[in-house]
Write a protein that binds this ligand. Structure first.
Ligand SMILES: Nc1ncnc2c1ncn2[C@@H]1O[C@H](COP(=O)(O)OP(=O)(O)OP(=O)(O)O)[C@@H](O)[C@H]1O
Length: 458
Protein backbone atom coordinates (compact mmCIF):
# COMPACT_ATOMS: atom_id res chain seq x y z
CA UNK A 1 0.00 0.00 0.00
CA UNK A 2 1.12 3.55 -0.67
CA UNK A 3 0.08 6.50 1.55
CA UNK A 4 0.49 10.23 0.92
CA UNK A 5 1.00 11.72 4.35
CA UNK A 6 0.22 15.44 4.71
CA UNK A 7 1.19 17.09 7.99
CA UNK A 8 2.83 20.47 8.54
CA UNK A 9 4.48 19.60 11.88
CA UNK A 10 7.64 17.73 11.05
CA UNK A 11 7.89 15.69 14.34
CA UNK A 12 4.33 14.56 14.05
CA UNK A 13 4.78 13.69 10.35
CA UNK A 14 7.87 11.62 10.99
CA UNK A 15 6.20 9.78 13.84
CA UNK A 16 3.24 8.77 11.66
CA UNK A 17 5.52 7.94 8.71
CA UNK A 18 7.51 5.67 10.99
CA UNK A 19 4.44 3.74 12.15
CA UNK A 20 3.30 3.25 8.56
CA UNK A 21 6.70 2.21 7.23
CA UNK A 22 7.22 -0.30 10.01
CA UNK A 23 3.97 -1.86 8.76
CA UNK A 24 5.27 -2.19 5.19
CA UNK A 25 3.39 0.83 3.89
CA UNK A 26 5.17 3.05 1.40
CA UNK A 27 4.97 6.72 2.41
CA UNK A 28 5.24 9.93 0.41
CA UNK A 29 5.43 13.00 2.65
CA UNK A 30 4.10 16.53 2.11
CA UNK A 31 4.05 19.46 4.53
CA UNK A 32 1.26 21.55 2.98
CA UNK A 33 -1.81 21.33 0.75
CA UNK A 34 0.18 22.91 -2.08
CA UNK A 35 3.11 20.47 -1.90
CA UNK A 36 0.63 17.56 -1.59
CA UNK A 37 -1.05 18.69 -4.85
CA UNK A 38 2.36 18.95 -6.59
CA UNK A 39 3.20 15.41 -5.41
CA UNK A 40 -0.18 14.13 -6.60
CA UNK A 41 0.31 15.67 -10.04
CA UNK A 42 3.69 13.96 -10.35
CA UNK A 43 2.30 10.65 -9.16
CA UNK A 44 -0.57 10.89 -11.69
CA UNK A 45 2.00 11.42 -14.44
CA UNK A 46 3.97 8.37 -13.30
CA UNK A 47 0.73 6.43 -12.97
CA UNK A 48 1.57 5.60 -9.34
CA UNK A 49 -1.32 7.17 -7.45
CA UNK A 50 -1.26 6.59 -3.67
CA UNK A 51 -3.96 4.30 -2.31
CA UNK A 52 -4.75 6.55 0.65
CA UNK A 53 -4.13 10.16 1.71
CA UNK A 54 -3.75 10.74 5.41
CA UNK A 55 -4.06 14.46 6.00
CA UNK A 56 -4.09 16.70 9.03
CA UNK A 57 -7.08 19.02 9.32
CA UNK A 58 -5.14 22.21 9.89
CA UNK A 59 -2.38 22.88 7.36
CA UNK A 60 -1.09 26.45 7.57
CA UNK A 61 -3.81 28.81 6.39
CA UNK A 62 -5.63 25.98 4.56
CA UNK A 63 -7.27 22.78 5.81
CA UNK A 64 -7.21 19.15 4.70
CA UNK A 65 -10.66 19.85 3.19
CA UNK A 66 -9.03 21.88 0.37
CA UNK A 67 -6.93 18.86 -0.50
CA UNK A 68 -9.96 16.56 -0.25
CA UNK A 69 -11.86 18.83 -2.63
CA UNK A 70 -8.97 18.79 -5.09
CA UNK A 71 -8.89 14.98 -5.03
CA UNK A 72 -12.63 14.49 -5.45
CA UNK A 73 -13.03 17.28 -8.06
CA UNK A 74 -10.33 15.63 -10.17
CA UNK A 75 -12.01 12.23 -9.83
CA UNK A 76 -8.89 10.70 -8.32
CA UNK A 77 -9.95 7.47 -6.68
CA UNK A 78 -7.86 7.62 -3.49
CA UNK A 79 -8.92 6.70 0.05
CA UNK A 80 -8.95 9.76 2.33
CA UNK A 81 -8.54 10.01 6.11
CA UNK A 82 -8.53 13.31 7.99
CA UNK A 83 -6.93 13.73 11.40
CA UNK A 84 -8.97 16.23 13.44
CA UNK A 85 -8.17 17.93 16.73
CA UNK A 86 -9.57 16.20 19.79
CA UNK A 87 -13.29 16.86 20.25
CA UNK A 88 -13.83 18.78 16.98
CA UNK A 89 -16.83 16.72 15.85
CA UNK A 90 -17.86 19.54 13.51
CA UNK A 91 -14.70 19.05 11.44
CA UNK A 92 -15.15 15.30 11.34
CA UNK A 93 -18.72 15.68 10.04
CA UNK A 94 -17.63 18.22 7.43
CA UNK A 95 -14.84 15.90 6.21
CA UNK A 96 -17.20 12.94 5.82
CA UNK A 97 -19.77 15.12 4.06
CA UNK A 98 -17.13 16.29 1.60
CA UNK A 99 -16.18 12.70 0.75
CA UNK A 100 -13.54 11.59 3.26
CA UNK A 101 -13.66 7.86 3.96
CA UNK A 102 -12.81 8.19 7.65
CA UNK A 103 -11.50 10.55 10.33
CA UNK A 104 -9.26 10.13 13.33
CA UNK A 105 -9.33 12.35 16.44
CA UNK A 106 -5.95 13.29 17.79
CA UNK A 107 -4.20 11.89 19.70
CA UNK A 108 -4.55 8.43 18.26
CA UNK A 109 -2.98 5.03 18.85
CA UNK A 110 -0.96 3.38 16.09
CA UNK A 111 -3.57 0.61 15.80
CA UNK A 112 -6.32 3.21 15.24
CA UNK A 113 -4.21 4.84 12.56
CA UNK A 114 -3.62 1.54 10.74
CA UNK A 115 -7.30 0.60 11.00
CA UNK A 116 -8.47 3.95 9.54
CA UNK A 117 -5.96 3.65 6.68
CA UNK A 118 -7.03 0.10 5.93
CA UNK A 119 -10.73 1.10 5.95
CA UNK A 120 -10.04 3.94 3.52
CA UNK A 121 -8.10 1.57 1.26
CA UNK A 122 -11.06 -0.86 1.23
CA UNK A 123 -13.46 2.00 0.40
CA UNK A 124 -11.21 2.95 -2.50
CA UNK A 125 -11.16 -0.63 -3.84
CA UNK A 126 -14.95 -0.82 -3.60
CA UNK A 127 -15.25 2.40 -5.58
CA UNK A 128 -12.92 0.91 -8.19
CA UNK A 129 -15.09 -2.23 -8.44
CA UNK A 130 -18.22 -0.08 -8.71
CA UNK A 131 -16.74 1.94 -11.53
CA UNK A 132 -15.84 -1.19 -13.43
CA UNK A 133 -19.34 -2.66 -12.87
CA UNK A 134 -20.91 0.60 -14.02
CA UNK A 135 -18.78 0.51 -17.15
CA UNK A 136 -19.90 -3.05 -17.86
CA UNK A 137 -23.50 -2.01 -17.24
CA UNK A 138 -23.21 0.86 -19.72
CA UNK A 139 -21.82 -1.53 -22.30
CA UNK A 140 -24.68 -3.92 -21.59
CA UNK A 141 -27.07 -0.98 -21.79
CA UNK A 142 -25.73 -0.23 -25.23
CA UNK A 143 -26.62 -3.75 -26.28
CA UNK A 144 -29.91 -3.32 -24.48
CA UNK A 145 -31.89 -3.87 -27.65
CA UNK A 146 -30.61 -7.43 -27.82
CA UNK A 147 -32.62 -9.31 -25.22
CA UNK A 148 -31.62 -12.77 -23.98
CA UNK A 149 -29.26 -14.41 -21.51
CA UNK A 150 -28.96 -17.90 -22.95
CA UNK A 151 -25.34 -19.13 -23.05
CA UNK A 152 -25.33 -18.90 -26.86
CA UNK A 153 -26.36 -15.22 -26.58
CA UNK A 154 -23.65 -14.59 -23.96
CA UNK A 155 -21.15 -15.81 -26.54
CA UNK A 156 -22.62 -13.38 -29.05
CA UNK A 157 -22.28 -10.47 -26.56
CA UNK A 158 -18.73 -11.51 -25.73
CA UNK A 159 -17.74 -11.50 -29.39
CA UNK A 160 -19.51 -8.19 -30.05
CA UNK A 161 -17.67 -6.60 -27.11
CA UNK A 162 -14.34 -8.02 -28.21
CA UNK A 163 -14.45 -6.85 -31.82
CA UNK A 164 -16.62 -3.73 -31.61
CA UNK A 165 -13.74 -1.35 -31.21
CA UNK A 166 -11.72 -2.70 -34.09
CA UNK A 167 -12.12 -2.05 -37.80
CA UNK A 168 -12.34 -5.76 -38.60
CA UNK A 169 -15.09 -6.70 -41.05
CA UNK A 170 -17.78 -8.78 -39.41
CA UNK A 171 -19.98 -11.27 -41.24
CA UNK A 172 -23.20 -11.91 -39.35
CA UNK A 173 -25.06 -15.07 -40.26
CA UNK A 174 -28.30 -16.50 -38.95
CA UNK A 175 -31.88 -17.17 -39.95
CA UNK A 176 -34.22 -14.33 -40.78
CA UNK A 177 -35.42 -12.42 -37.72
CA UNK A 178 -32.64 -13.52 -35.37
CA UNK A 179 -31.42 -9.97 -34.73
CA UNK A 180 -28.60 -9.65 -37.27
CA UNK A 181 -29.27 -5.97 -37.77
CA UNK A 182 -29.52 -5.38 -34.02
CA UNK A 183 -26.13 -7.05 -33.59
CA UNK A 184 -24.67 -4.80 -36.29
CA UNK A 185 -26.07 -1.75 -34.49
CA UNK A 186 -24.60 -2.98 -31.20
CA UNK A 187 -21.17 -3.31 -32.86
CA UNK A 188 -21.50 0.30 -34.04
CA UNK A 189 -22.78 1.59 -30.69
CA UNK A 190 -19.87 0.09 -28.80
CA UNK A 191 -17.24 1.47 -31.18
CA UNK A 192 -15.49 4.83 -31.35
CA UNK A 193 -17.54 5.44 -34.49
CA UNK A 194 -20.78 5.59 -32.50
CA UNK A 195 -21.23 9.34 -32.96
CA UNK A 196 -20.97 9.00 -36.74
CA UNK A 197 -23.43 7.43 -39.17
CA UNK A 198 -24.67 3.86 -39.17
CA UNK A 199 -25.76 3.30 -42.78
CA UNK A 200 -27.75 0.16 -43.54
CA UNK A 201 -28.52 -1.08 -47.01
CA UNK A 202 -30.48 -4.18 -47.95
CA UNK A 203 -28.65 -5.58 -50.97
CA UNK A 204 -31.66 -7.74 -51.83
CA UNK A 205 -34.13 -4.90 -51.83
CA UNK A 206 -32.60 -2.70 -54.56
CA UNK A 207 -33.12 -3.46 -58.24
CA UNK A 208 -29.88 -4.52 -59.92
CA UNK A 209 -29.96 -1.55 -62.30
CA UNK A 210 -29.89 0.93 -59.40
CA UNK A 211 -27.62 -0.97 -57.05
CA UNK A 212 -24.35 0.54 -58.22
CA UNK A 213 -25.56 4.13 -57.84
CA UNK A 214 -27.10 3.28 -54.45
CA UNK A 215 -23.83 1.87 -53.15
CA UNK A 216 -21.17 3.91 -54.90
CA UNK A 217 -23.02 7.10 -55.80
CA UNK A 218 -23.41 8.69 -59.21
CA UNK A 219 -22.57 11.96 -60.93
CA UNK A 220 -25.35 14.03 -62.44
CA UNK A 221 -26.25 12.57 -65.85
CA UNK A 222 -24.36 9.31 -65.24
CA UNK A 223 -27.46 7.39 -66.34
CA UNK A 224 -30.95 8.22 -67.51
CA UNK A 225 -32.79 9.65 -64.55
CA UNK A 226 -29.65 10.78 -62.68
CA UNK A 227 -30.83 14.37 -62.46
CA UNK A 228 -28.55 15.31 -59.60
CA UNK A 229 -25.34 14.10 -58.07
CA UNK A 230 -26.00 11.17 -55.73
CA UNK A 231 -23.89 10.27 -52.73
CA UNK A 232 -23.75 6.50 -52.37
CA UNK A 233 -24.31 4.59 -49.14
CA UNK A 234 -20.62 3.71 -48.83
CA UNK A 235 -19.58 7.35 -48.99
CA UNK A 236 -22.39 8.31 -46.59
CA UNK A 237 -20.88 5.90 -44.06
CA UNK A 238 -17.53 7.76 -44.03
CA UNK A 239 -16.09 7.57 -40.48
CA UNK A 240 -19.06 5.47 -39.47
CA UNK A 241 -20.31 1.95 -40.11
CA UNK A 242 -21.72 0.47 -43.31
CA UNK A 243 -24.15 -2.42 -42.80
CA UNK A 244 -24.63 -4.54 -45.93
CA UNK A 245 -27.70 -6.64 -45.19
CA UNK A 246 -28.49 -9.69 -47.36
CA UNK A 247 -25.00 -9.52 -48.87
CA UNK A 248 -25.69 -12.83 -50.67
CA UNK A 249 -28.07 -10.94 -52.98
CA UNK A 250 -25.42 -8.47 -54.19
CA UNK A 251 -25.06 -8.75 -58.00
CA UNK A 252 -21.79 -10.40 -58.97
CA UNK A 253 -20.58 -7.30 -60.88
CA UNK A 254 -20.90 -5.17 -57.80
CA UNK A 255 -19.17 -7.79 -55.71
CA UNK A 256 -15.96 -6.98 -57.59
CA UNK A 257 -16.38 -3.26 -56.92
CA UNK A 258 -17.12 -3.85 -53.26
CA UNK A 259 -13.99 -6.00 -53.00
CA UNK A 260 -11.93 -3.16 -54.44
CA UNK A 261 -13.34 -0.80 -51.82
CA UNK A 262 -12.57 -3.27 -49.04
CA UNK A 263 -9.01 -3.74 -50.26
CA UNK A 264 -8.09 -0.21 -51.21
CA UNK A 265 -10.51 1.97 -49.25
CA UNK A 266 -11.49 3.95 -52.36
CA UNK A 267 -14.65 4.20 -54.42
CA UNK A 268 -15.49 5.80 -57.75
CA UNK A 269 -18.91 7.30 -58.32
CA UNK A 270 -20.80 6.12 -61.41
CA UNK A 271 -19.97 8.49 -64.28
CA UNK A 272 -16.75 9.74 -62.69
CA UNK A 273 -13.09 8.78 -62.83
CA UNK A 274 -12.14 10.36 -59.52
CA UNK A 275 -11.29 8.09 -56.65
CA UNK A 276 -12.71 8.99 -53.25
CA UNK A 277 -11.11 7.74 -50.06
CA UNK A 278 -13.71 6.38 -47.65
CA UNK A 279 -13.09 5.20 -44.12
CA UNK A 280 -16.07 3.03 -43.26
CA UNK A 281 -16.21 -0.05 -41.06
CA UNK A 282 -18.06 -2.77 -42.94
CA UNK A 283 -20.45 -5.27 -41.40
CA UNK A 284 -22.26 -7.73 -43.67
CA UNK A 285 -25.15 -10.07 -42.94
CA UNK A 286 -26.86 -12.93 -44.67
CA UNK A 287 -29.34 -15.69 -43.98
CA UNK A 288 -28.04 -17.62 -47.00
CA UNK A 289 -25.26 -20.18 -47.09
CA UNK A 290 -22.51 -18.26 -48.87
CA UNK A 291 -20.18 -21.28 -49.38
CA UNK A 292 -23.01 -22.93 -51.37
CA UNK A 293 -23.41 -19.73 -53.38
CA UNK A 294 -19.65 -19.78 -54.02
CA UNK A 295 -19.84 -23.34 -55.33
CA UNK A 296 -22.61 -22.22 -57.69
CA UNK A 297 -20.48 -19.24 -58.72
CA UNK A 298 -23.06 -16.80 -57.41
CA UNK A 299 -20.69 -15.30 -54.89
CA UNK A 300 -17.02 -14.39 -55.19
CA UNK A 301 -14.84 -16.45 -52.91
CA UNK A 302 -12.28 -13.65 -52.47
CA UNK A 303 -15.01 -11.25 -51.34
CA UNK A 304 -16.33 -13.85 -48.91
CA UNK A 305 -12.93 -14.22 -47.24
CA UNK A 306 -12.49 -10.47 -47.12
CA UNK A 307 -15.89 -10.05 -45.43
CA UNK A 308 -15.73 -13.06 -43.15
CA UNK A 309 -12.79 -11.80 -41.05
CA UNK A 310 -14.87 -12.14 -37.89
CA UNK A 311 -17.84 -14.48 -38.25
CA UNK A 312 -20.77 -13.88 -35.87
CA UNK A 313 -23.63 -16.35 -35.89
CA UNK A 314 -26.96 -15.28 -34.43
CA UNK A 315 -28.67 -18.28 -32.83
CA UNK A 316 -32.22 -19.10 -33.89
CA UNK A 317 -34.93 -18.72 -31.27
CA UNK A 318 -35.35 -22.49 -31.25
CA UNK A 319 -31.80 -22.78 -29.94
CA UNK A 320 -32.56 -20.58 -26.96
CA UNK A 321 -36.07 -21.32 -25.69
CA UNK A 322 -35.03 -20.20 -22.19
CA UNK A 323 -35.02 -16.62 -23.52
CA UNK A 324 -38.66 -16.71 -24.67
CA UNK A 325 -40.19 -15.60 -21.29
CA UNK A 326 -37.79 -12.66 -21.16
CA UNK A 327 -38.57 -11.71 -24.75
CA UNK A 328 -42.33 -11.95 -24.09
CA UNK A 329 -41.99 -9.49 -21.19
CA UNK A 330 -39.76 -7.22 -23.25
CA UNK A 331 -42.12 -6.99 -26.23
CA UNK A 332 -45.30 -6.67 -24.15
CA UNK A 333 -43.73 -3.75 -22.23
CA UNK A 334 -42.39 -2.21 -25.43
CA UNK A 335 -45.71 -2.31 -27.28
CA UNK A 336 -47.71 -1.24 -24.22
CA UNK A 337 -45.53 1.86 -24.02
CA UNK A 338 -45.78 2.41 -27.76
CA UNK A 339 -49.54 2.10 -27.97
CA UNK A 340 -50.46 3.60 -24.60
CA UNK A 341 -50.46 1.78 -21.37
CA UNK A 342 -53.29 -0.78 -21.30
CA UNK A 343 -51.99 -3.81 -19.51
CA UNK A 344 -51.99 -6.95 -21.64
CA UNK A 345 -51.74 -10.18 -19.66
CA UNK A 346 -51.11 -13.62 -21.07
CA UNK A 347 -52.56 -16.69 -19.37
CA UNK A 348 -50.25 -19.54 -18.40
CA UNK A 349 -51.53 -21.92 -21.16
CA UNK A 350 -50.88 -19.28 -23.85
CA UNK A 351 -47.38 -18.71 -22.48
CA UNK A 352 -46.86 -22.46 -22.76
CA UNK A 353 -48.05 -22.37 -26.39
CA UNK A 354 -45.54 -19.60 -27.08
CA UNK A 355 -42.79 -21.61 -25.41
CA UNK A 356 -43.62 -24.72 -27.47
CA UNK A 357 -43.95 -22.89 -30.78
CA UNK A 358 -41.34 -23.54 -33.48
CA UNK A 359 -40.61 -19.89 -34.36
CA UNK A 360 -39.55 -20.24 -37.99
CA UNK A 361 -39.54 -16.43 -38.16
CA UNK A 362 -37.51 -16.20 -34.94
CA UNK A 363 -37.64 -13.09 -32.74
CA UNK A 364 -39.29 -11.02 -35.47
CA UNK A 365 -42.20 -13.46 -35.54
CA UNK A 366 -42.53 -13.35 -31.76
CA UNK A 367 -42.40 -9.57 -31.82
CA UNK A 368 -45.09 -9.37 -34.55
CA UNK A 369 -47.40 -11.76 -32.71
CA UNK A 370 -47.07 -9.88 -29.44
CA UNK A 371 -47.54 -6.51 -31.13
CA UNK A 372 -50.85 -7.73 -32.52
CA UNK A 373 -51.81 -9.14 -29.13
CA UNK A 374 -51.09 -5.85 -27.32
CA UNK A 375 -52.96 -3.88 -30.00
CA UNK A 376 -56.04 -6.10 -30.14
CA UNK A 377 -55.91 -7.47 -26.59
CA UNK A 378 -57.34 -10.67 -28.08
CA UNK A 379 -55.69 -13.70 -26.50
CA UNK A 380 -58.02 -16.09 -28.36
CA UNK A 381 -56.78 -14.74 -31.69
CA UNK A 382 -53.19 -15.33 -30.64
CA UNK A 383 -54.01 -18.90 -29.56
CA UNK A 384 -55.77 -19.61 -32.87
CA UNK A 385 -52.90 -18.11 -34.80
CA UNK A 386 -50.35 -20.29 -33.00
CA UNK A 387 -52.37 -23.52 -33.28
CA UNK A 388 -53.26 -22.89 -36.94
CA UNK A 389 -49.60 -22.45 -37.76
CA UNK A 390 -48.69 -25.69 -36.01
CA UNK A 391 -51.40 -27.54 -37.97
CA UNK A 392 -50.38 -25.99 -41.27
CA UNK A 393 -46.75 -26.89 -40.80
CA UNK A 394 -47.57 -30.56 -40.31
CA UNK A 395 -50.35 -30.87 -42.93
CA UNK A 396 -49.06 -29.75 -46.27
CA UNK A 397 -51.78 -30.80 -48.79
CA UNK A 398 -49.30 -30.11 -51.54
CA UNK A 399 -47.23 -31.95 -54.04
CA UNK A 400 -44.15 -31.24 -51.98
CA UNK A 401 -42.03 -34.13 -50.82
CA UNK A 402 -43.57 -35.46 -47.61
CA UNK A 403 -44.43 -38.65 -45.75
CA UNK A 404 -46.68 -39.32 -42.75
CA UNK A 405 -47.52 -35.63 -42.47
CA UNK A 406 -43.85 -34.86 -41.94
CA UNK A 407 -41.66 -33.04 -44.43
CA UNK A 408 -38.78 -35.14 -45.72
CA UNK A 409 -35.84 -34.02 -47.78
CA UNK A 410 -35.73 -36.28 -50.88
CA UNK A 411 -32.77 -38.63 -51.07
CA UNK A 412 -31.33 -36.85 -54.10
CA UNK A 413 -31.62 -33.47 -52.41
CA UNK A 414 -33.77 -30.49 -53.26
CA UNK A 415 -33.55 -26.88 -54.37
CA UNK A 416 -34.29 -24.62 -51.43
CA UNK A 417 -35.13 -21.59 -53.57
CA UNK A 418 -37.67 -23.59 -55.61
CA UNK A 419 -39.18 -24.88 -52.40
CA UNK A 420 -39.46 -21.39 -50.90
CA UNK A 421 -40.96 -20.09 -54.14
CA UNK A 422 -43.56 -22.89 -54.17
CA UNK A 423 -44.56 -22.22 -50.57
CA UNK A 424 -45.00 -18.51 -51.33
CA UNK A 425 -47.00 -19.28 -54.47
CA UNK A 426 -49.27 -21.64 -52.58
CA UNK A 427 -49.84 -19.12 -49.81
CA UNK A 428 -50.89 -16.57 -52.46
CA UNK A 429 -53.14 -19.12 -54.17
CA UNK A 430 -54.80 -20.16 -50.94
CA UNK A 431 -55.54 -16.58 -49.97
CA UNK A 432 -56.64 -15.48 -53.48
CA UNK A 433 -53.64 -13.18 -53.71
CA UNK A 434 -54.38 -11.41 -50.42
CA UNK A 435 -50.81 -10.65 -49.34
CA UNK A 436 -51.71 -9.78 -45.74
CA UNK A 437 -53.48 -13.11 -45.32
CA UNK A 438 -50.74 -14.98 -47.19
CA UNK A 439 -48.06 -13.49 -44.93
CA UNK A 440 -50.16 -14.45 -41.90
CA UNK A 441 -50.61 -17.97 -43.25
CA UNK A 442 -46.85 -18.35 -43.32
CA UNK A 443 -46.37 -16.74 -39.90
CA UNK A 444 -44.34 -13.96 -41.46
CA UNK A 445 -44.39 -10.21 -41.05
CA UNK A 446 -46.01 -8.40 -43.99
CA UNK A 447 -42.73 -6.71 -44.98
CA UNK A 448 -40.79 -9.94 -44.75
CA UNK A 449 -43.40 -11.60 -47.03
CA UNK A 450 -43.28 -8.72 -49.55
CA UNK A 451 -39.52 -8.87 -49.64
CA UNK A 452 -39.60 -12.58 -50.40
CA UNK A 453 -42.23 -12.40 -53.14
CA UNK A 454 -40.32 -9.54 -54.73
CA UNK A 455 -37.20 -11.68 -54.59
CA UNK A 456 -38.96 -14.37 -56.67
CA UNK A 457 -40.78 -11.78 -58.78
CA UNK A 458 -44.15 -13.35 -57.90
N1 LIG B 1 -32.37 -10.59 -29.28
C1 LIG B 1 -33.35 -9.74 -29.57
N2 LIG B 1 -33.88 -8.97 -28.61
C2 LIG B 1 -34.87 -8.11 -28.89
N3 LIG B 1 -35.39 -7.92 -30.10
C3 LIG B 1 -34.90 -8.64 -31.10
C4 LIG B 1 -33.84 -9.59 -30.90
N4 LIG B 1 -33.56 -10.15 -32.07
C5 LIG B 1 -34.38 -9.59 -32.98
N5 LIG B 1 -35.18 -8.69 -32.40
C6 LIG B 1 -36.24 -7.91 -33.06
O1 LIG B 1 -36.74 -8.72 -34.12
C7 LIG B 1 -36.87 -7.96 -35.32
C8 LIG B 1 -35.94 -8.51 -36.39
O2 LIG B 1 -34.58 -8.24 -36.03
P1 LIG B 1 -33.46 -7.92 -37.13
O3 LIG B 1 -34.03 -7.07 -38.22
O4 LIG B 1 -32.26 -7.45 -36.42
O5 LIG B 1 -33.28 -9.42 -37.68
P2 LIG B 1 -32.43 -9.91 -38.93
O6 LIG B 1 -31.75 -11.16 -38.47
O7 LIG B 1 -31.58 -8.80 -39.43
O8 LIG B 1 -33.58 -10.28 -39.96
P3 LIG B 1 -33.48 -10.39 -41.60
O9 LIG B 1 -32.49 -11.47 -41.91
O10 LIG B 1 -34.88 -10.81 -41.98
O11 LIG B 1 -33.11 -9.04 -42.10
C9 LIG B 1 -36.59 -6.52 -34.97
O12 LIG B 1 -37.78 -5.88 -34.63
C10 LIG B 1 -35.71 -6.64 -33.72
O13 LIG B 1 -35.86 -5.52 -32.93
Amino acid sequence: MHVLLVEDEQDQRELVANILEVNDIKVTQADSVESAIVSLKNLVKQNTLPDVIFSDWKLGTLTGISLLEYVRNNSLNIGFVVATAYGSVKHAIEAIEKGADDYLSKPFQSQELLLAISKANTAKSLREQNQSLEKQLTEQQNMVDLVGNAPCMQQVYERIKRVSNTNATVMITGESGTGKELAARALHQLSDRKNNSFIAINCGAIPESLAEAELFGAEKGAFTGAIAQKIGKIEAAHQGTLFLDEIGELPILLQAKLLRFLQEGVITRLGSNDEIQVDARVIAATHRDIPTQISKQEFREDLYYRLNVVPLRMPSLKERPEDIPKLILHFINKFEQQYGGQSAKLSAPTKKLLLDHDWPGNVRELSNKLERFVLLGDEQELIEDLTRQETNSTNFDTNMPQQNGEFNIPENGMNWDDFEKQVLQQALLKTKNNKTKAAKLLGMGYKQFLYRIEKFEL
